[in-house]
Design a protein around this ligand. Structure first.
Ligand SMILES: Nc1ncnc2c1ncn2[C@@H]1O[C@H](COP(=O)(O)OP(=O)(O)OP(=O)(O)O)[C@@H](O)[C@H]1O
Ligand SMILES: [Mg+2]
Length: 245
C-alpha cells in the first residue's frame, strides 16, 4: 500500500494557562492516526476531546510538544513538526487546505481574489486561478454580486462558503476541515458536503470534524474517535458510531 499522505504518531500537546496561575491543560496525549489518498477520516469525540487541537497541530497553528506529523507529497515523507517556518508556509500553500468556521481573509480583499490567490499558490497561472475560483464560488452558491465585496462584511454563512471554496480550489493533497458547514442552511450545506465527497473521489486525503453523526456516516470512509486526547476507536463508520437509528 502507498504510504499515507498524513501519518501522526505519539502526538502530544499541553497548554499552559498563564493567566490562571500557570495551570496546565492536557489536550492530546499520544495520538496515532493515518490518512491515505482518497480516504475521508472523520474525527469524532465529545467537546474538548482534542479534535480541533489535532487539526491545528497538523496544520501547525499549534506546535506539538512531542511526537511526529509526517506528510508524503511526491517523494519521501516530510516531518512537519521540525520544518522551518518558510518551508512549512510553502507546503501549506501548495499542498494543504484548512477550513475552519472562520475565514481569515486579508483586509480589503473580496472572495474572488481570496480564492484565486489560493489557487495561484497551488500552482495555477493567473487566468486559470480566476476561472477555478469562479467555478468554486459558483459551486458553493456564493452570489456573483459578492465576489468583489470585502470579505469582512460577508455573513457568517457566506464567509464559510468562501473559506470552503479557498480550501478546496485546485484541490490540495490534504484537506483539513473543522466544522466547515456549521453556519450553512440545508441547501448550501448539501452543496458543500457533495463538494467534499467529490474531492475524495479525486484522491484528496480528508481529515474532518463534523458534529453531525449522519454526515460522518455518509461521507467518511473511516471514523477515529478521540476521547481525552487519545484515539479510543478507529474503524468503519457503522462500527464506531453504531448503525443509524
Ligand atoms: N489555545 C488553547 N489554550 C488553552 N487550552 C486549549 C487551547 N486550545 C485547546 N485547549 C484545550 O484543549 C482541550 C481540547 O480542545 P479542542 O478545541 O481540541 O477540543 P474539540 O474536540 O475540538 O472540542 P469541540 O467539539 O468543542 O470543538 C480542551 O480542554 C481545551 O480547553
Ligand atoms: Mg473543535
Amino acid at each position: 500500500m502507498a504510504s499515507p499522505v498524513l501519518a501522526v504518531r505519539e502526538l502530544r500537546k499541553t497548554f499552559t494557562l498563564h493567566t490562571i496561575d500557570g495551570r496546565r491543560v492536557s489536550s492530546l496525549h499520544g495520538v496515532d492516526l493515518d490518512v491515505h489518498a482518497g480516504e475521508h477520516v472523520a474525527l469524532a469525540g465529545a467537546s474538548g476531546a482534542g479534535k480541533s487541537s489535532l487539526l491545528r497541530c497538523v496544520y501547525r497553528t499549534y506546535l506539538a510538544d512531542s511526537g511526529s506529523v509526517r506528510m508524503t507529497t511526491s517523494g519521501e515523507p516530510i516531518e512537519l513538526t521540525g520544518l522551518p517556518d518558510r518551508a512549512m508556509a510553502r507546503l501549506r500553500g501548495r499542498e494543504i487546505g484548512y477550513v475552519s468556521q472562520f475565514l481569515a481573509a486579508p483586509p480589503r480583499t473580496g472572495p474572488l481574489e481570496t480564492v484565486a490567490a489560493t489557487a495561484r499558490r497551488r500552482g495555477l497561472d493567473r487566468e486559470q486561478a480566476r476561472d477555478a475560483a469562479a467555478a468554486a464560488l459558483h459551486r458553493l452558491n456564493v452570489d456573483e454580486s459578492l465576489w468583489d465585496v470585502d470579505c469582512g462584511v460577508l455573513s457568517g454563512g457566506e464567509r464559510q462558503r468562501v473559506n470552503l471554496a479557498a480550501g478546496t480550489v485546485r484541490p490540495p493533497r490534504l484537506l483539513l476541515l473543522d466544522e466547515p458547514v456549521s453556519a450553512l442552511d440545508p441547501e448550501n450545506r448539501e452543496a458543500a458536503l457533495s463538494l467534499v465527497d467529490s474531492l475524495v473521489e479525486q484522491n484528496v486525503a480528508v481529515l474532518a470534524v463534523f458534529h453531525d453523526a449522519e454526515v460522518m456516516r455518509r461521507l467518511a470512509t473511516r471514523v477515529v474517535l478521540l476521547a481525552d486526547g487519545t484515539v479510543s476507536r478507529d474503524g468503519a463508520p457503522a462500527d464506531v458510531l453504531g448503525e443509524a437509528a
